[in-house]
Design a protein around this ligand. Structure first.
Ligand code: AMP
Length: 570
């Protein structure tokens, strides 16, 4: 473990030296003189006196340095039959213009903008436009039910919401506007203004005075320059399931995020500027933020935005078609997607139809990569199939296999080794360290590295209570596991009431809250049940009130449970 061990050790013994060096890859409008502010533990801030603009780092500087005509974003949408390539110049132009449109609607530095969109380039443009203005975006997974959207609107209190007329699934079209309207009716904090992208597949009715048409705004918008912000200013808030029904608003700052993601693109994923990286995730999840949008663009690579599924759009060869057509070097997806492909194409006949010579790595995360899926994918692809473990909170991998530093021999079932910056310890309940191969709570000694959450949106107390109080001086990941005698980490699952369904983290408490709302339900409990395809699926058990009719559950309520409980990618 030569090169890796050397980097890792420096990152732990001299974090400011390590991250100060890494920060040189970012273009600052004010270069940070201080690397870490540790004056107020357990709150730590990276690059406290630095200033930058994340959008300028992701777009302007590549246009200025000769990448204007290089593809920045490839939109490949089998569900609409559309393919479109945006060069860096085009993506910058659209983003600067949409930033102008948002500014025209009153969006200023520090204001929040909720983005509730399908997998379309305009979602990326809206995110980058917020970053350009120093506004804070909060992307909500397109198609989330109105109640879920309303909760997030109330917490983020956006001044503008950007949405679209519809999302498109392989077999149906999902109208977004009725859900948006219902959410705004439910929300205590109604946003005054909405921007709606009208898609050709379905046009929706706009409410005069409140809703603005994306195209119309863009037709007259003036491009705006990037606004320098403090490295510690928030770039985005992303909600994730906690153990209660109330989602947690994970805060990401500008400076640490840019530094950390750039480091990972080269050192973890082994990607160079100009190469093609494809994270097959959905808008609204952390993988989308880190590795569809910011990571590849900060580096000057090409990112793929895929509006489709692993199977059914049109067949289980879809991923391999995209890889071969766009010369993808690294594909990042959840094991559940590979299981879905394997189920329909066990012999890899679809896979064999494509030239996959560009593909050097398959990265897997979101849930444990089970050895069976690992074996199948490695045998069929003949390339490293690399598990890595992370969370919405951390924004990048806690443990993985650093392919750009020193590829490690793969042990199926292991996420490999801690990434630089993460002082990982497996602890017993009394906070003493576990021995090799002894299972315990996986914890990270503070401070966490740059790019990880500095707090929860508007709730420092909940941040401390949720993550920092179980083991003082440590961040509690909520996952259990062990480290073997070679230093390899095995993540075995959650130690709290969170279950993992098709790579998505769901709170059993949140699903119970929906069940308990029904007037016939006296008591309820939700547990995760093992599922071959999705890893786990939620199962609810209810005790009905005396005299209640078990057949009388209204369908709208059942549908809401289903929507709350799971929206899988497969
Ligand atoms: P999320 O914040 O939605 O990305 O979910 C994070 C959780 O997913 C982690 O705390 C783990 O429980 C699980 N997870 C993600 N990646 C892995 C992995 N490679 N191996 C095992 N569990 C994982």
């Amino acid at each position: 473990m030569g090169a890796y061990r050397e980097l890792f050790d420096v990152s732990i013994t001299d974090p400011t030296g390590f991250w100060g060096q890494a920060a040189k890859t970012v273009s600052w409008t004010r270069t940070p003189q201080r690397i870490l502010d540790d004056s107020n533990p357990p709150f730590y801030r990276w690059f406290p006196d630095g200033e930058l603009n994340t959008c300028a780092n992701a777009l302007d500087r590549h246009v200025a340095s000769g990448r204007a005509d290089q593809p920045a974003l490839i939109y490949d949408s089998p569900v609409t039959g559309t393919k479109r390539i945006y060069t860096y110049r085009e993506l910058l132009d659209q983003t600067a213009r949409f930033a102008g449109a948002l500014r025209g609607l009153g969006v200023d530095r520090g204001d929040r903008v909720v983005i509730y969109m399908p997998m379309v380039p305009e979602a990326v443009i809206a995110m980058l436009a917020c970053a350009r203005l120093g506004a804070v975006h909060s992307v909500v997974f397109g198609g989330f039910a109105a109640h879920e959207l309303a909760t997030r609107i109330d917490d983020a209190r956006p001044s503008v919401i950007v949405s679209a007329s519809c999302g498109i699934e392989p077999t149906r079209l999902i109208e977004y506007k009725p859900m948006l309207d219902a959410a705004l009716e439910m929300a205590e904090h109604p946003a005054a203004t909405c921007v709606i992208l009208q898609r050709d597949q379905h046009r929706c009715q706009l409410i005069a005075g409140r809703d603005h048409d994306w195209q119309e705004l863009m037709a007259t918008a003036e491009p705006v320059d990037p606004v320098p912000v403090k490295a510690t200013d928030p770039l985005y808030v992303l909600y994730t399931s906690g153990t209660t029904g109330k989602p947690k608003g994970i805060v990401r700052d500008n400076g640490g995020h840019a530094v950390a993601l750039l480091w990972t693109m080269r050192h973890h994923y082994d990607i160079a500027p100009g190469e093609v990286f494809w994270a097959a995730s959905d808008v609204g999840w952390v993988v989308d933020h880190s590795y569809i949008v910011y990571g590849p663009l900060l580096l000057g690579a090409t990112t793929v935005l895929y509006e489709g599924k692993p199977v059914g759009t049109p067949d289980p060869g879809a991923f391999w078609r995209v890889v071969s057509e766009h010369k993808v070097k690294a594909l990042f997806t959840a094991p559940t997607a590979i299981r879905a492909i394997r189920k329909e194409d066990p012999e890899g006949e679809h896979l064999a139809r494509y030239d996959l010579s560009s593909l050097k790595y398959l990265f897997q995360a979101g849930e444990r990569l089970d050895p069976d899926t690992y074996q199948w994918a490695s045998a069929k692809l003949g390339i490293p199939v690399v598990d890595h473990w992370w969370q919405t909170e951390t924004g990048w991998a806690i443990a993985g296999n650093p392919m750009g530093v020193e590829p490690h021999p793969i042990k199926p079932g292991s996420a490999t080794v801690p990434m630089p910056g993460y002082d990982l310890k497996v602890l017993r309940p009394d906070a003493t360290p576990c021995a090799a191969n002894e299972e315990g709570s996986i914890c990270l000694r503070l401070p966490l590295p740059p790019g990880t959450l500095p707090t929860l949106w508007g709730d420092d107390d909940r941040y401390v209570a949720s993550y920092l109080s179980a083991f003082p001086g440590y961040y509690l990941t909520g996952d259990g596991g062990y480290v073997d005698e070679d230093g390899y980490l095995f993540v075995m699952g959650r130690t709290d009431d969170v279950i993992n369904v098709a790579g998505h983290r769901l709170s059993t408490g949140a699903i119970e809250a929906v069940l308990a709302e029904h007037p016939a339900v006296a008591e309820c409990a939700v547990i995760g049940v093992a599922d071959e395809l999705r890893g786990q699926v939620p199962r609810g058990f209810v005790v009905l009130k005396a005299g209640a009719n078990p057949d009388g559950l209204p369908t709208s309520w059942s549908a809401r449970c289903a929507r709350t409980s799971a929206r899988s990618r497969v």
